[in-house]
Ligand binder design. Sequence first.
Ligand code: PLP
Length: 400
Amino acid sequence: MKQHKLARPTPSRFRRYWTLAPGKVFLNHGSFGACPRSVLQLQRELRRQMEAEPVQFLWRRYEERLEPARAALARLVGARPQDLVFVTNATTAINAVARSLNFRAGDELLSTNHDYNACRNVLAETATRAGAKLRVAQAPFPLHREDDVVEAVMGAVTSRTRLALVDHVTSDTALIFPVARLVRELEARGVDTLVDGAHAPGMLPVNLTKLCPAYYAGNLHKWVCAPKGAAFLWAREDKQASLQPAVVSHGNNRPRPGYSSFQDRFDWAGTFDPTPWFCVGEAIRCMGGLLPGGWPELRQRNHQLTVKARQALCRRLELAPPCPEKMLGSMATLALPGRFQGALKSGKIDREQLRLYDEFGIEVPFVRAGLPERRCLRISAQIYNSLAEYEYLAEALRAL
Ligand SMILES: Cc1ncc(COP(=O)(O)O)c(C=O)c1O
């Protein structure tokens, strides 16, 4: 394997708070996040306690650790604790919602061409079982204005549309969708909205009480930097009674005093490791304590680094930015230069993506997106990254 001579860039001074592999240029926080040392330390201690006294930890005193985590999450996402339940990931939350609803033949479910494949599959499967139809709204990419998204989604609504899945931040195209407008306009047409907020908590300010969709799913292992296995489902009060978790367990007939039946059903999904959930408060505290301005400063810093990184890549590779800066959070997707276009997908990971890792130590995902479809790459910016890392990526792409 060829090792190139380009000097490896220095990450930011915050990298020492993470356990990321030395020498690797990690520009893919968006896929699975990365958990800071202090959170991992707490998780190790919690696991020690769990194995020392499994029954105390998992049963008798379970709620003592769950409730502070739920309260901390509720503060972060502007929600009432009673409307929030933990799940292990966003896919599980989307499954719970879609599989709880009774659709009939002729009903329509709506998604967009920017949605996440796994979540689209959940809707497709749900529609097939009910004899309903899945309609996929086509929003452009590149795009110039948020209105392009709103027009595409609203233009695909019919009198039969029952549920719309809209992303808060899209995965492959890394766009902030105008979810407040979408929720308002969809609700006005009588359509319930399931917001896929897998990337939003920690990347954007989220206020669920204000947004008030029918359902909202969010991941906590990505931009909140909790351990893998921490995610949540929020449901508006009038929607909670009909929701069942993806895995049914004790909660259906074992009410606990002080808990909503929604929480009873979701808080226990069979024996598992709840330490990722119990670490959510520490993750929120740790990330919010890295900068004097707390979470707002962290989000702003990551956004500004994304904008600068995208500018640097566009300049060095002569690329046109495919969306306005205000539609970016802390990720950005760019179409690769012309010489990369046209190659067919031949495996799980593109050849050039593998070469970036093997020859330059860069972890960055390649995706296919847009109308017409183009080969793109998506960068992420977390506080441990530096601008020099994206400049190095640009040089590596030029050298490929
Ligand atoms: C928009 C979006 N939705 C859902 C998911 C699924 O997340 P998970 O694999 O944690 O369930 C992802 C994962 O990257 C995503 O980007």
